[in-house]
Design a protein around this ligand. Structure first.
Ligand code: NOJ
Length: 514
């Protein structure tokens, strides 16, 4: 039998926004526990938890203060242990988020490093003496990547200033992370999602970022040895555990290097996520993905959304349907009806492809990006650090609507940490469960049928421009991204929207038995 993660559907839980069990308006582990039935009913194979560790929440938990415990807002370590067991008992695997590039400024190592210019802990980070800023590197959230300490030294942070970067040349940093992995493997987790996986190693000479020269911190060759050591460790635990990398690299050959047989099992297909709703481009990405994964025996992944990007129904309802951080703006004219029709078609397309698929919470409800969050309630450091030029990522992180006619829609009893649109009364889990035409019903049906799709490679079928058609054994998928209805052959198993006189309308995908 092949490993579970090869064709799994993995559901991303963003703990703050999934469900609130204790009434403080912020999601927590009790909330997840209370709604495990939603995930079983949906038919996913695994949960990936965005970070659940103690954290000042300067970047919603991607600023970890203690990697061996649970954030008190979310619950306790004992609750996490029992949640892992409960999930396993209903057949769900657990993947947790590991954040190795940086820690929280509140992490004891950084606190010790700040305490004195001579502290040995400074070696665990990238401290450089003043007065000049060591480089003009820009951080991933905008603004300078260096901040000055009260004693005049500078430290590097590729993200927020509350997220100092670790020095991965230091053996203690390497040992510490292997030990953190062991801690959670001992508690039964089935895998790790590795945050910012291509950024860990820096060129110690700190050269400037210059086009055409090797980048000082993106994708340095030495990063691979780290993942080799992680792979050895998780293999030694047995039991089909998996490593998935968050690797943002446009070059497929460089991307594939993370998937060599002794490194990670898979990495997020962010090219696919960013692709516009365009048959030519999607076909290119799909072909390229298969081309680089196949010879390595690595598993391809298909991702339409996550907690960092504009929700698909919003993206696909715009003139520019692709995603890029640089172009992210609010208030762009958006046709949510069209976006939803396309998101349904995109869901069936991505779930038919060979490999693992990811579903970000709320995607199965067809939630749109929330763009009218009052500035005072916005929390994302991207919004703050960009001087409010970038709207940030809060709009895809709004708490889920579960039931009822008005906020908080069964999310909990308190006021949700971000306000939910009133229109979500029609998008709750309860409403959608009862509606066979809902997005939720489509995802449920697709996840069930997906289990019957032969586990074989895809073969493209002849099709007119604008149409993606492929088969996998006796199963076929046809996605019509053109502007005219098209004919198709086969018995309909599932369609993302109504068919017209036996034809497949624009922006519609159908699954077929041949
Ligand atoms: C990628 C995560 O997905 C994002 O949410 C986070 O802000 C950065 N890494 C920094 O950890």
């Amino acid at each position: 039998m092949s490993a579970w993660w090869r064709d799994a559907v993995i559901y991303q839980v963003y703990p703050r926004s999934f469900a609130d069990g204790n009434g403080d308006g912020i999601g927590d582990l009790a909330g997840v526990r209370a709604h495990l039935d939603h995930l079983v009913d949906l038919g996913v194979d695994a949960i990936w938890f965005s970070p659940w560790y103690p954290s000042p929440q300067a970047d919603a938990g991607y600023d970890v203060a203690d990697y061996r415990d649970i954030e008190p807002i979310f619950g306790t370590l004992a609750e996490a242990e029992s949640l892992i067991r409960a999930a396993h008992s209903v057949g769900l695997k657990i993947i947790i988020d590991i954040v190795p590039n940086h820690v929280s400024a509140a992490h004891p190592w950084f606190q010790a490093a700040l305490a004195s210019p001579d502290a040995p802990e400074r070696e665990l980070f990238w401290f450089r003496p003043g007065p000049e800023r060591p480089t003009d590197w820009e951080g991933e959230f905008g603004g300078p990547a260096w901040t000055r300490t009260p004693d005049g030294a500078w430290y590097l942070h590729l993200f927020d200033k509350a997220q100092p970067d670790l020095n991965w040349n230091h053996p203690r940093v390497r040992e510490e992370h292997l030990d953190i992995l062991r801690f959670w493997l001992d508690r039964g987790v089935d895998g790790f999602r590795v945050d910012s996986a291509a950024l860990l190693v820096k060129d110690p000479a700190l050269p400037p970022v210059v086009d055409g020269r090797p980048h000082p911190f993106h994708d340095l060759d030495d990063v691979h040895e780290i993942y080799r050591s992680w792979r050895r460790l998780i293999d030694s635990y047995g039991g089909d555990r998996t490593l998935i990398g968050e690797v943002w690299l446009p070059d497929p050959e460089r991307f594939a290097r993370y998937l060599r047989p002794d490194e990670m099992h898979s990495a997020f297909n962010l090219e696919f996520l960013c692709s516009p709703w365009d048959a030519g481009r999607l076909r290119e990405v799909i072909d390229e993905t298969i081309r680089v994964h196949e010879p390595l025996g690595a598993v391809a992944t298909w991702v339409l959304s996550n907690h960092d990007v504009t929700r698909p129904v919003t993206r696909y309802g715009r003139a520019e349907t692709g995603f890029s951080f640089a172009a992210k703006r609010e208030g762009i004219p958006t046709d949510l009806r069209l976006g939803t029709v396309r998101a349904r078609a995109a869901a069936l397309l991505s779930l038919a492809l060979p490999g693992a698929a990811y579903v970000y919470q709320g995607e199965e409800l067809g939630l749109e990006e929330v763009e009218d969050i009052p500035p005072a309630l916005r929390q994302d450091p991207m919004w703050h650090r960009s001087g409010h030029r970038d709207p940030g990522r809060d709009g895809c992180r709004v708490p889920l609507p579960w039931s009822g006619e008005e906020p908080p829609f069964g999310f909990g009893t308190g006021t949700p940490w971000l306000p939910q649109p009133r229109a979500w009364k029609d998008r709750t889990v309860a409403v959608q469960r009862a509606d066979p035409a809902s997005m939720l019903s489509l995802y449920r049906a697709a996840l069930r049928l997906r289990r019957t799709v032969p586990a074989v490679a895809l073969t493209w079928l002849d099709s007119v421009p604008g149409v993606l058609a492929f088969r996998r054994g006796a199963f076929a998928c046809v996605a019509n991204l053109s502007t005219a209805p098209v004919p198709f052959d086969g018995d309909v198993l599932l369609a993302s929207g109504p068919l017209e006189d036996g034809l497949l309308p624009p922006d519609t995908t159908v699954w077929l038995a041949l």
